[in-house]
Every structure is written in structure tokens, then in C-alpha cells.
Design a binder for this molecule. Structure first.
Ligand SMILES: [Zn+2]
Length: 390
């Protein structure tokens, strides 16, 4: 665990142009916050930055205390509702040989700023942090949540939203902005990210004696067919705010068999789905489980086990609420009001908080070699947000 000292960490040194957005982004990029490492050094730096402005800052650690999320609040009065700004500090790994610049040193070439996380999503975080002095000056209630592990399991946001202190102020929130890259377009919804594994256990036998075996692979194929029969019905429920206007479900990993003379006793199918709503997910998975148990119960010696290992909730915000209407005075929708990629916004949506995804940079840059954001994208987002709070 890194000690919470700041000895050599500069707070913020203004660049030649006196540009805090670029300086903060440069600082954030310099911390290698690849999810497999940790984000503590970056978290401590942000904590120090925010404490300097008098914010109340709380760190919420993972169980092994190797990573932390940060929750900072500025609540001047209890009559006004707060706005939450949310982002993740972790970034996906880099393939160094494909980078033309050091991914952990913000590098400017023409109007592009290169660095891992420039778009996803340290650019958005840098803008939010640079807005802090304005928000304080305007005496606005606001909360900043920066998580870890967003790019893998999403445990950071779950730890934050299970924290009793955080829960205590969530009831007085106007809405939440998740600053993932959307080209500063307003996004009201996204699909779930859902994955799970179905494991079948039968009975092995020598291939010459199928009469003694329960062939798990054979039955897995029957279940595979059943899965796609159910999946084919998903296109009947549509939502045209999405580019692909229906839920999608696929089996992407199929494991079975060990040798040419052994009838396999185990088989597993791993599915990956994107549902247009929480309800669509519940309906599909309930039907799938029911069908599979009904099938397995008819086969003597066959057992089935479900393991649902991923569920990022759908974001389901309606346009018809005050928070969204206010945002629409400064931001516009893109070609689609809802997007395919999952974010932490779904967790706020589940709690009934009006939540949008809206941040600088382009999702096409996310997770790419030579990731960049443009200065123009950062300034546009900054100016629109500033207008919102003046
Ligand atoms: Zn992201």
C-alpha cells in the first residue's frame, strides 16, 4: 500500500498558457492507473487538490486496501440539491510498442493531446476538477465521485454506493453526470452488460460405452439451441433511441471434451448479452433458467449450474425531468440518445437518480493505441458546463 504522503507530488503547476485543464490532465496522465496496478497515487493527488479548495474528501478502499475511490463533497446549504460528477481514474493497459509517444506523459502534437486515458476518461475528470473554483464561487452544492476498477469488474462504484456516508446524501441529489467520452453529447441510456456461465455436469464413460455415460456436451448443444431460440425473440422489443434498437444475446465461449475416447462429463457455455432495459434482462434470464432446468430435470444424471458473473445495470433516464431539461439548455443529443457501451451511470439510475453520460472526447479513441483528446473538445465541455452553473 502506498503511504499517503505527497512529498514529491506537485499540487498543480500552471503551464505557460496558465491553463489548469491541461495541467490537471497532464498530472493525471502521469500516474499509471492501469486497472491491474492501482490508482492510489492519483487518488492522493486529487484528494490533496480538492482539500486545498476546502472540500470534504472521503476515500473508500477496496477490502485489501490496495485501491480506493474518492468521494468529495461541497454542500453549502441543505435546501439546494447537489449535482454529482462521476468518473473513473483507472485506464486500460497499453501495448507500448504501438505507441508513438509515452502513454503516461501527456504529449501535444498540433491540437491533439496524446496519453492513455486522455479520452477515457481523465479528460472529463480534468475538466470537472478545473471547474471546482467556479462551483465554489457560485456556492453550488456538488459531489465528485472518482472510482477504481471501472474497466474490469465495476467494484469501485459498488463500494462507493454501498458506503453509508455516501448513502446519507444521495437522497438530496438533483442528478448525476458521468463524464465518459460522448463528444459532449447528452446520453440518456445505455444497455446492460451481462455475462454468465452455464455449467452442465453429466457422467463420463469410455467412448465405447455411451450407455454408461451422460454426455454433457450433447446436452450443452441442446441448451445452446434453446438459448438462441429465446435470443431470436429479443428483436421483437425495440427502442429506436439505440443504434441497434433491440437487446442482443450470444454464447461466446463453449468448453467441453478432453479426449477422443472419453465421453465428456462437463460442458460450459458462457453468454454475453446487452439488454435494452433491466426488465428485458430479468425476463430473458428467468425464461432461460426455467427452460434449462425443465430440460435438465428430464435427464437422469445431468445437473446444471448458473453463474451470473457480470451485470452492469442499464441506464434508463427519461427526458422528462428537470435535470435533463436543464442540461439540454447547454448540451445537445448526438445521433442517438442511447448508446451501446456500459458505464457506471446505470448504478445511479438503479437508485432512481436522474443520470446522464456526457463528457469530452470520442468513444472511438477509448481503449485505442495512441489515444488522444483535442484541446477544443476539452474547452467546449468546460464552457458548456460552466454556463450550466453560472
Ligand atoms: Zn471509461
Amino acid at each position: 500500500m502506498i503511504k499517503e504522503t505527497f512529498g514529491s507530488i506537485p499540487l498543480i503547476s500552471l503551464s505557460e498558457n496558465n491553463n489548469p485543464i491541461i495541467d490537471i490532465l497532464s498530472q493525471l496522465i502521469s500516474f499509471d492507473t492501469t486497472t491491474s496496478n492501482d490508482t492510489l497515487e492519483a487518488v492522493f493527488w486529487v484528494k490533496r487538490y480538492l482539500k486545498n479548495y476546502g472540500l470534504n474528501v472521503r476515500l473508500i478502499y477496496n477490502p485489501s486496501k490496495t485501491r480506493a475511490s474518492l468521494v468529495a463533497s461541497f454542500i453549502r446549504n441543505t435546501t439546494d440539491k447537489s449535482v454529482i460528477f462521476c468518473g473513473h481514474l483507472d485506464v486500460v493497459p497499453v501495448n507500448q510498442k504501438n505507441w508513438q509517444t509515452n502513454p503516461f506523459a501527456l504529449t501535444k502534437k498540433q491540437d491533439k493531446l496524446f496519453g492513455r486515458g486522455a479520452s477515457d476518461m481523465k479528460g472529463g475528470i480534468a475538466v470537472i476538477l478545473s471547474l471546482v473554483p467556479t462551483l465554489i464561487q457560485q456556492q453550488k452544492n456538488f459531489i465528485i465521485i472518482l472510482t477504481h476498477n471501472e474497466e474490469t469488474t465495476g467494484t469501485g462504484i459498488q463500494e462507493v454506493l454501498n458506503d453509508s456516508y455516501v448513502r446519507s446524501f444521495l437522497h438530496n441529489v438533483a442528478g448525476c453526470i458521468v463524464a465518459e467520452p460522448t463528444n459532449s453529447c447528452l446520453v440518456l441510456g445505455h444497455k446492460t452488460a451481462t455475462a454468465g456461465t452455464i455449467t452442465l455436469t453429466g457422467k463420463p464413460a469410455h467412448s465405447s460405452h455411451p450407455d454408461l455415460a451422460v454426455n454433457a456436451l450433447f446436452h450443452a448443444v441442446e441448451i445452446y439451441k434453446n438459448f438462441y431460440f429465446l435470443a431470436s425473440r429479443l428483436s421483437q422489443q425495440t427502442d429506436n433511441d439505440f443504434e441497434i434498437p433491440h437487446s442482443v444475446a450470444d454464447i461466446l465461449i463453449f468448453n467441453a471434451g478432453t479426449a477422443v475416447n472419453v465421453i465428456p462429463a462437463e460442458a460450459s457455455l458462457t453468454y454475453s448479452c446487452r439488454f435494452i432495459s433491466e426488465q428485458a434482462e430479468q425476463t430473458f434470464l428467468a425464461e432461460l433458467e426455467k427452460d434449462i432446468y425443465t430440460y435438465a430435470n428430464q435427464i437422469k444424471g445431468l445437473s446444471v449450474h448458473f453463474d451470473n458473473h457480470l451485470h452492469i445495470p442499464a441506464l434508463e433516464t427519461t427526458q422528462n425531468n428537470l435535470f435533463v431539461q436543464k442540461l439540454l439548455s447547454v448540451f445537445a443529443f448526438g445521433p442517438y440518445k442511447k448508446v451501446s457501451f456500459g458505464t457506471e451511470a446505470g448504478y445511479f439510475s438503479l437508485l432512481g437518480i436522474p443520470t446522464v453520460v456526457c463528457g469530452p472526447g470520442n468513444i472511438e479513441q477509448a481503449h485505442q493505441d495512441n489515444e488522444f483528446i483535442t484541446e477544443e473538445q476539452l474547452y467546449y465541455y468546460y464552457n458548456q458546463l460552466k454556463q450550466l452553473f453560472l
